[in-house]
Design a protein around this ligand. Sequence first.
Ligand code: BLA
Length: 325
Amino acid sequence: MDLSALSYQKFVHFALEETQRRTTLAPLPSQEKFRSIKAKDDKTMLHGLSFSAPKIRLLRSLTIEGSEAVKVLDFAAFSKPEFDLPIFCANFFLNASLSIVVLDLNPLYDVTIRSDYKDKYYIKLMSLGQKYAEVSKILKLKLPILPLTFLNYTCQICSFTFLSKTIQLLPWGGKVTSESLRFFSPIVIWSMLSSKKYKHDILYSAFMDYFQTWLELMDQAVEETDALKILRNREAQHKYLTWRAEKDPGHPILKRLIGEKLAKDLLRNFLFEGVDTLGTRTFLDYFPEYRCKDGSINQRRSIIGKSYETRPWDAKGEFIGSEPG
Ligand code: BLA
């Protein structure tokens, strides 16, 4: 696949313009250092932007482009702890053979346990989750012999039977690190496809829809005044940052591109800024199952392993996955 013409810049422009229409973005000092970094291959460029706003603690974007080998967008928005808003998360990776997509409003609280949080944010968004999961396209009038993948659809008004086919736009990507799932919502788009099937425009459309939705939630969000609830929001965000700063699957590539020291700086002081300031608990405090006998962190991404071959939520947002293992 020829990646040279594809760029994630329009995704970033859209998101920043839309945010600026609704609130005032102020650049953060962290963006200076990570605004433009040339990778060791002398071709790939990393571009970082970071902002805050009255309700937003950190809105940041990282694009990796420039070489034919790989394209990445890592875009996230975190509210201030006075709000319990979900975390906007767009994580796209594309190379000549593979396309990986994670697009979600990551819940601040595990929705399989906290149904109140699920009801507050996701129940009314389930149709958005469905929109990119699959669509039914009417093809033509019914033929006598039907291939199995085709479905019949009888029109209620004219009572003709049509032939339709279910097309998956961004189909579930198959088994995923089980630990990651508690950070995903019922509307998560998780997709892993051969890059031959990659559809930039569909992804752009999904990105716009999901980001607009997050901005609407931000507009409606009412500031929490209960100190205990604010503390819990801060800790939940810290746990999320701690997970991603340690276990994000992009680490090996970042290390290869810019070296171990700068990659660590990028992770802790830019992408997951707050991991060293929002709380004092360590990775092993939150995730003790990763503790090795010598007290170090197990380097494996997953202890439980990968699970969830198919989407573990139904159309109503009920968790239908079996226990991983
Ligand atoms: C793969 N990225 C993945 C996978 C997930 C994510 C779920 C599939 C592999 C797996 O099951 O772990 C993304 N995981 C997430 C997100 C959360 C999570 C968003 O837990 C949030 C809670 N990805 C990047 C960057 C790069 C990148 C910056 O964000 C590259 C610089 C690459 N992601 C990348 C690659 C893979 C991947 C190369 C496939 C390799 C692999 O599976 O190890």
